[in-house]
Every structure is written in structure tokens, then in C-alpha cells.
Design a protein around this ligand. Structure first.
Ligand code: ADP
Ligand code: MG
Length: 558
């Protein structure tokens, strides 16, 4: 049809747009990063599709992004000659919210609102895949003209962001030969986004490392000036890359605004050759505890983006961001085939080993920096203790714990075994949800009185790995809330305290009375050298789940 069609936004989009305009305000620069990143994604998609269908590139094989400002008209256009969108794709992509993460986004925004909400909210946009709509933070009207690669029709999408958008066919002369042009009619308070200096600054800061060249046209008719050459940072040699380059690249690949806590950049040579550039974020990504536990490492083949869906790292390293580029896969490999290729296995192994060994190095050389990494990601890394048996020892070596002896800091198992008491046969722990509460548990009395250190485990994942039967340097992990304490052979620190009066007649009589009263409610009642001040505590049977694990199972209804 030749008529303009008006359609309402999906309800969630309307809500989101309202929030964008009214609360996610202070850090509006991000809109440009989002639109440039969409343009770059579109170019990368075409680059990939053109492997199988080279004709899609026509006589315009050089993929590029052009930012064109018009200070007089107060407009800004971001154009790419990438894959483009058909009418249906436009309606799907620019009228709905495709990714499931968006609910999470809205909840998060609501959560951070009020505090330093505006700024943090803006920073969440890129992580949640709702970038396009951020255009409405600076524009009163947005027009998107797009022609899909290979198509003989073009479409224009337009909206003022207030509940509705329109789609209409557009004459081919008015559309780009291929790809998409997003035209923003800037609001009065966003005029500076049509100025060269502002645009240069923001693009260099936020998009200097997108793998597609970016040029700027300062005003209509002016010559295009290059802002960024689109070279792939990871292919350069380390000595040519500054710390700032790495940070900028990290930010664009991770969609985060923090500093990377650790950068791992290496070339693997030998049977399989590939380059990896991986970062450990300085802050937790918001999808860290999502149920799908997916990673987001991007896989490239000879600089062509293939997928960010290949499992390039184990789940317990899902917070690592970055790229892997290999020349060893055929370019026309299907995304499905990749998952089964031996190269992928080699990459996974190689990158995992490297990330873990770099973490170990950091732990040795800069305890404070490593402490922050562990604070952010330790709870996730510990999943590896029961999922990656081969690397258990290494992962245990990285683990840091709050213990009865750690004070404000943390302790490693190496620290722990260095101060074992004589005759101590186990590494003791207590698990629970609340670090402060478990630290004051009566179960610890007898251990404290003997100077035996106890690990205080307060992450939900802890109940699982301690139950998986691992040990360290021949010492099993043992819950202080389970089974016999066996502390009789370890002397009290304060030798004046009398030994436990297990054998006395009064105790025997008391135990008998308690047993009779509680009858079926308990399996056993016994004197214990676990306690020094408290009268009684509950413990779990020697085998089976400990008290914390019992509670978790009960909470899960089992
Ligand atoms: P995301 O990029 O995370 O998917 P966005 O809100 O930024 O989320 O974009 C939504 C979708 O709109 C993209 O996934 C893409 O399908 C489409 N899109 C946006 N900009 C372009 C563009 N320049 N070229 C082609 N498709 C685009
Ligand atoms: Mg996007």
C-alpha cells in the first residue's frame, strides 16, 4: 500500500519511553553510543551475510558509518550502509521490545531512581538492549529510513515517542542505497549534539573502537572527516595499545562505563591460532545472576563478527567480556556448526586457562585489586568448584573467605592451612544466609575456644560446593553444624577451662530427661565439646545435608 500506517507502541515500549524522557536524564550522551553501536551491528550483520551472498554488497563493499549534523536545522543523522531493515523488521525492532531482559531493565530503573538514579539509569541502557529508544532522550521526533540489502523498496519509520509511530514506503531516491539512516530532530536543550566538538568528543570517548570506520559531516555540504578508522584493536600488538584504548574498547564491547579490573590479551599459536582480548569488569553486569547464565564473548573469524552466542567460556566465567578472533574457522561456517568444532573446544580451554592464571597472578601481585574482583564475582566463580572438576584446585586457590579469624579482610585456604591446630583433621565451615548471624552462632564456641579457624560461608552457592565432597591438601570440608565435632584431641587455648563433663552423672541424667521430652522430634541428644557458653544447639546428622543445606531444601519445598 502507498499509505502511511499509524501503529501504537507495545505497552512496555511506551512505559520505557516515558521513563527515558522523564527520569533517565543526566547522562544523555549515551544515545549516540547506542545509535552508533546499532549502525556497527548492522554493518557486521551484512559483512556476515555477504559471505554466503556476496551480491548483497553490490558495488559498495566498504562498510561505513556517517554522522551528519545540521546545526541550522537542529538535526543529527546517523547513517550506515549495513544490512538495513524491511518493513516488518522495522515494526518488530522499533515498536516492540524483543529481549526478555527489558522487564529487568524497568525494575532496575525503578530501583535506582531517586538516588544517583538518573546517571546509573542511563548507563543501564546499553546492557539491556533497549538502546534505540534512547534517541528520544534528545529528540522530539525520530525518522528512520531504511533499505534492506538487496531489496528494491525502502521504508520510513517516524515517531515523536508519545505512544505511536508511523511506517510508510519511501521513494528509493530518498533512501540510502543500502542500510539505515536515523534522523533526530533535536530538542531545544539538546542542540549541542549538532555541534562538531561535542560529536567528536563523544564518538572518540564512546565509540572509538567500533569495528567500522566512522566519519563526521559537520554541516550539509561539508567534507566528511574521519573520526575513527574502524581498525580492530585486538589485532594490534600490545605495545601499540594504551591503557585508555583498552578501557574504551572494553566499554564499547561490554556496554559498561566502569574500568576493567583485569585485561587479558594474547595470541595463541600452534595447532589452533586465535587472538583473545578479554576483560573482567570492574562492576557486576546486571545479568550476572540471570537464570540462563549466558556469557557474551564475541566470536570473530578474520575480523568478521560471527556470534556472541557461542559458549566460549564456562558459565562460571560468564561475567568476562571481550572478543576472540580466529582465522582457523572457515568464514562460511554456520553458527550451529561452530559449537561442535574442535577449535571452539581449544579456544574455550585456552581462554579459560589464561583467565584463571591471570587471576591467580593478580591475587599474588595485587591483593587489593584481586579482592575487589572476588567480591564482585567470587559467588559466580565458586560455581566452578562443582562444575569444573579439572580446575577445582586452581579455583579453590583463588577463593577468598570471611572466617572467624579474617576480621575485616578475607583469607585464602593457603592462609587457613598455615594455621591449622595440631590434630585438626578438617577444614571447618559454617554456612548460612547472613554473614553476621553465622559469625555469632553458638556452634562456633568450641572452635573459638580451641583457636580453630572456621570459614563463614554466606553465598547461596556455598551450600552446594561444600556438599560436593571436595577436600584441600587432604583435609575434607566439614560443617560445624553437622555430626560429631571430634574436638576432644585439640586442647582449649585457655587451659584453665575445665574439660567437658561428658561422663558426669548429672549430664547423663539431663540428657536422658531431654531425650524423653523431645522423643521423636530429635534423632539423638549428646554432650558436645562444640559448646562452651551456650547450653544447647541443633546439629544435623553426620551424613546428608548440613543445617544450611537442610534449610535451603526446605525453602525449595523438598
Ligand atoms: P539491540 O541493539 O540491543 O538489539 P536496540 O534498541 O539498540 O537493541 O535496537 C533494536 C533493534 O533495532 C536492533 O536489534 C536491530 O534489529 C534494529 N536496528 C536498530 N538500528 C538499526 C540499524 N541502524 N540498522 C539495522 N537495524 C537496526
Ligand atoms: Mg543496540
Amino acid at each position: 500500500t502507498e499509505t502511511t500506517e499509524n501503529r501504537p507502541f507495545e505497552a512496555d515500549v511506551s512505559r520505557l519511553l516515558h521513563m527515558m524522557v522523564h527520569s533517565v536524564y543526566s547522562d544523555r550522551d549515551v544515545f549516540l553510543r547506542e545509535l552508533v553501536s546499532n549502525a556497527a551491528d548492522a554493518c557486521e550483520k551484512l559483512r556476515y551475510e555477504a559471505i554466503a551472498s556476496p551480491a548483497l554488497l553490490g558495488d559498495d563493499p566498504r562498510l561505513a558509518i556517517t554522522i551528519a549534523a545540521d546545526p541550522e536545522a537542529n538535526t543529527l543523522a546517523i547513517a550506515d550502509n549495513g544490512i538495513g531493515m524491511s518493513r516488518d523488521e522495522m515494526i518488530e525492532a522499533l515498536g516492540t521490545i524483543a529481549r526478555s531482559g527489558t522487564r529487568g531493565f524497568m525494575d532496575r530503573i525503578a530501583e535506582v531512581e531517586g538516588q544517583d538514579g538518573a546517571k546509573r539509569g542511563a548507563q543501564l541502557i546499553g546492557q539491556f538492549g533497549v538502546g534505540f529508544y534512547s534517541a528520544f532522550m534528545v529528540a522530539s521526533k525520530v525518522e528512520v529510513v531504511s533499505r534492506r540489502a538487496g531489496a528494491s523498496e525502502a521504508w520510513v519509520w517516524a515517531s515523536d515517542g508519545k505512544g505511536e509511530y508511523s511506517v510508510a514506503p519511501v521513494a528509493l531516491e530518498e533512501a540510502p542505497v543500502r542500510g539505515t539512516r536515523v534522523l533526530l530532530h533535536l530538542t531545544d536543550d539538546a542542540k549541542s549534539y549538532a555541534e562538531r566538538w561535542t560529536l567528536e568528543r563523544i564518538v572518540k570517548e564512546q565509540s572509538g573502537h567500533v569495528p567500522v570506520p566512522i566519519t563526521l559531516v559537520e554541516k550539509p555540504g561539508a567534507e566528511a572527516a574521519s573520526l575513527s578508522d574502524g581498525a580492530a584493536l585486538w589485532t594490534k600488538s600490545k605495545s601499540d595499545i594504551s591503557a585508555q584504548d583498552y578501557t574504551d574498547f572494553y566499554r564499547s564491547v561490554a556496554g559498561q562505563y566502569d574500568e576493567p579490573a583485569l585485561t587479558v590479551h594474547f595470541r595463541a599459536e600452534g595447532r589452533f591460532e586465535y587472538t583473545a582480548l578479554a576483560f573482567i569488569p570492574g562492576a557486576r553486569p546486571f545479568d550476572l545472576f540471570d537464570a540462563d547464565r549466558k556469557g557474551r564473548i564475541k566470536l570473530y573469524v578474520k575480523r568478521v563478527f560471527i556470534t556472541d552466542d557461542a559458549e566460549l567460556l564456562p558459565r562460571y566465567l560468564r561475567f568476562v567480556r571481550g572478543v576472540v578472533d580466529s582465522a582457523d574457522l572457515p568464514l562460511n561456517v554456520s553458527r550451529e556448526m561452530i559449537q561442535d568444532s574442535p577449535l571452539l573446544g581449544a579456544i574455550k580451554k585456552g581462554v579459560t586457562n589464561r583467565v584463571i592464571s591471570e587471576l591467580a597472578k593478580l591475587a599474588e601481585q595485587d591483593g587489593e585489586a584481586f579482592g575487589k574482583v572476588w567480591e564482585n564475582f567470587g559467588a559466580v566463580i565458586k560455581e566452578g568448584l562443582y562444575e569444573d572438576f579439572e580446575r577445582r584446585e586452581q579455583l579453590l586457590g583463588l577463593a577468598r573467605f570471611k572466617t572467624t579469624a579474617s576480621g575485616e579482610g578475607t583469607r585464602s585456604l593457603k592462609d587457613y592451612v598455615a594455621v591449622l591446630r595440631e590434630n585438626q583433621t578438617a577444614i571447618y565451615y559454617i554456612a548460612g544466609d547472613d554473614a553476621a548471624r553465622i559469625a555469632s552462632s553458638p556452634h562456633l564456641e568450641g572452635f573459638r575456644a580451641r583457636g580453630i579457624e572456621v570459614l563463614l560461608l554466606a553465598d547461596p552457592v556455598d551450600a552446594f560446593w561444600v556438599a560436593s565432597g571436595l577436600d584441600h591438601e587432604g583435609k575434607p570440608f566439614k560443617s560445624v553444624t553437622q555430626g560429631a565435632a571430634d574436638l576432644g584431641l585439640i586442647p582449649l587455648l585457655d587451659s584453665d577451662t575445665p574439660p567437658p563433663a561428658e561422663a558426669s552423672a548429672e549430664v547423663t541424667a539431663l540428657i536422658a530427661a531431654i531425650k524423653e521430652t523431645l522423643a521423636e522430634d530429635v534423632a539423638d541428644v549428646r554432650a558436645s565439646d562444640r559448646l562452651t557458653d551456650s547450653a544447647v544447639c541443633l546439629i544435623a546428622a553426620e551424613s546428608g545435608p548440613d543445617r544450611q543445606f537442610e534449610r535451603m531444601l526446605a525453602a525449595a519445598g523438598r
